[in-house]
Design a binder for this molecule. Structure first.
Ligand SMILES: N[C@@H](CCC(=O)N[C@@H](CS)C(=O)NCC(=O)O)C(=O)O
Length: 159
């Protein structure tokens, strides 16, 4: 049974949703960022991290989502197997796990983006983050116009 290491309000929600969609047994372990328990399975101290029964560990949300969709083809969550459908999967996975995800960091962790500890400096970093987040959602909104799912049918990318 796979184990998903997750944190509340984090991007680990995506593989968590996919594990629920798949419906096969799994264990969810709630962790704190950078805790010894998490560092033991992921040197970055970050979630999501997936552990298989034999001890094999997989990090990076995009890789975990791709792995789960191929491990459970019966769930039909890959977004299609043609060359272009796979390319679209990679495109949106990269967009969401890099462009979109990174846009949120200045909003949630502004102290990582300035050495100025004043409230004013941090507020400016948060404001810059909001601009980035709006930009990324505008790209996603435009793509979703007239579509129900990001790829061809419900897929791990929607999670
Ligand atoms: N590129 C990684 C990023 C993972 C990541 O940064 N996750 C956040 C939660 S949304 C985290 O655990 N952060 C802990 C930290 O930065 O200390 C992925 O896509 O899985």
């Amino acid at each position: 049974m796979p184990t998903l290491y997750y944190a509340v309000g984090a991007c680990s929600l995506a593989p968590h949703i996919v594990l629920e969609w798949i419906g096969a047994p799994y264990e969810a372990v709630k962790v704190q960022y950078g805790s010894p328990e998490l560092l033991a399975v992921n040197p970055a101290g970050a979630v999501p991290t997936l552990r298989e029964d034999d001890g094999w560990l997989l990090t990076q949300a995009g890789a975990i989502l791709d792995y789960l969709s191929h491990k459970h083809p019966e769930a039909n969550l890959s977004g299609g197997d043609s060359l272009r459908q796979k390319a679209e999967n990679h495109r949106w996975s990269a967009f969401l796990t890099s462009d979109m995800h990174a846009a949120f960091w200045p909003v949630f962790m502004p102290y990582r983006y300035t050495t100025d500890e004043s409230e004013e400096a941090r507020a400016k970093v948060v404001a810059a983050g909001h601009v980035l987040v709006h930009k990324q959602f505008a790209t996603l909104d435009k793509h979703l116009e007239g579509r129900e799912w990001i790829l061809d049918g419900k897929s791990v990318i929607d999670a």
